[in-house]
Write a protein of this length. Structure first.
Length: 449
């Protein structure tokens, strides 16, 4: 039999990699819709019992772990095992996870730590799939397509909730589900009692996190790369998506999300190619409108004393105290609630998570856990900061911008512990780091190849 030409083999490999990217992007899109519960609440997951529940309910995260394991194993076959850029940065996620395992051996609650470690393993797997498998493709569109479709569905569900669906869901929950549940996390009960929309996400601020993470990339791909549509049609679709996304952000009532989206918008305006003085005028106008809108929307909140801000300071103080008391291993991954219950003020609301991903790392896994995690996040953001000189520079900037906004939100929220958001974020970081290094760095073979 005549052997295939090397060019055909390479072309076949790229085709397979592109199909894998579509499949993995579809999985992450599915996660954005269905695997939205917090990882430490895995024991509260229930399986849908009929076709309708499979459509409208969230799915057990254990199903997500199984699907991710299959895709990660397939990704090993598709991967291109070469390293672009600094090895130390590429090894940080593995080092961080290894320390989480060590911390888990000293945990105060093995069940919580076991659930958290499974989720963190999924995060690290997504990062390396993003780097070695998705990152081998020049075009990110195949990977991002599933996420963009899922984001559109998230926005559509947000609209449905705002215009009556949330009220109907709340009535159904309190009449049919609430009486049958032995225990309900305070965060979930608060979500179901509120007028703030959350779409498919765990709660309103998680919806804001999804919009911060994915909206910039979605708009860029729609405007630049959906070439099947005319320019006018692409602009119309992009306008619908950005308008719908900002409306959902407003209805979510996320104060930090609103300010961070304003920051991302200003950074985008500064990057646009027109005269500096007009940039400054436009930035000033957008900043003024955004801050006025923020003040009008949340004036009543600040008049009431900004109770959620005070509660967060209480969580953060408790996390810092726990980290000082347990500086080496912490209290174990996902266990903040255990020490917090002992030190919280009587009038404070109980919390399962710190509402700060970085302080939670210090509390749960000690200062080395915090150091490896923070070095990874900051290192990737610095290494992949916007650069000129490649075909996909605008998309890389948009992905970087979304990651910046989401990790900044991590100073106020717990997106790291939500599979729907964390799996997407880690995969995007892997893809971005590989693609950015392809433009700026040299190729290093993996040891043993």
């Amino acid at each position: 039999m005549k052997p295939s030409a090397p060019g055909k083999l390479a072309a076949g490999g790229e085709t397979f990699a592109r199909r894998y990217a579509v499949l993995f992007g579809a999985f992450l899109g599915l996660a954005l819709l269905k695997f939205t519960n917090v990882a430490i609440f895995e024991r509260l997951d229930t399986w849908p019992t009929n076709g309708w529940e499979w459509v409208i309910n969230i799915w057990p995260v254990s199903l997500g772990y199984g699907l991710l394991a299959i895709l990660a194993a397939l990704g090993v076959v598709v991967a291109r095992w070469e390293i672009r850029g600094p090895r130390w940065l590429l090894t940080l996620p593995a080092a961080w996870f290894l320390w989480q395992i060590f911390s888990g051996t000293q945990t105060v609650d093995p069940a919580l730590s076991h659930a958290t470690l499974k989720h963190f393993a999924g995060c690290v797997a997504c990062f390396y799939v993003g780097y070695f498998t998705l990152g081998r493709l020049d075009s990110p569109v195949a990977f991002l397509a599933g996420l963009i479709v899922a984001l559109g569905l998230v926005i559509a569900v947000g609209f449905e909730q705002h215009f009556g669906g949330l009220k109907a869901s709340r009535e159904y929950f309190f009449e049919n589900i609430y009486p049958t549940m032995p225990s309900i996390p305070p965060e979930y009960l608060k979500k179901m009692s509120s007028e703030r929309i959350f779409s498919t996400q765990f709660y309103p601020n998680a919806l804001a996190g999804a919009l911060l993470l994915l909206l910039p990339a979605a708009l860029t791909v729609i405007l630049n790369d959906v070439t099947q549509l005319t320019l006018a049609a692409r602009r119309f679709v992009a306008g619908v998506v950005v308008g719908g996304g900002l409306a959902c952000l407003y209805w979510s009532g996320s104060k930090g999300g609103w300010l961070l989206m304003l920051l991302l918008g200003l950074m985008t305006l500064l990057r646009l190619p027109f005269a500096r003085r007009w940039k400054l005028v436009l930035v000033g106008l957008v900043l003024a409108v955004g801050l006025v809108g923020f003040g009008v929307k949340y004036a009543a909140f600040f008049r009431r004393g900004a109770t959620s801000v005070g509660a967060r300071f209480d969580y953060w103080q408790a996390a810092a105290q726990t980290a000082v008391a347990h500086p080496v291993f912490g209290t174990g991954p996902g266990t903040f609630a255990i020490p917090y219950a002992k030190v919280k003020r009587p009038e404070s609301e109980m919390a399962r998570l710190v509402h700060n991903d970085y302080l939670q790392q210090a509390s749960d896994s000690g200062f080395l856990g915090l150091a490896t995690f923070a070095a990874f996040v900051i290192g990737v953001l610095i290494r992949t900061r916007p650069r000129a000189g490649d075909r996909w520079g605008s998309v890389r900037f948009a992905v970087w911008l979304g990651l910046l906004g989401w990790w900044l939100q991590g100073l106020l929220e717990f997106g790291l512990y939500i599979p729907a958001l964390a799996w997407c974020g880690f995969a995007l970081m892997g893809w971005l780091l590989r693609g950015n290094s392809a433009v700026t760095g040299k190729v290093l073979p993996v040891a043993g190849e």
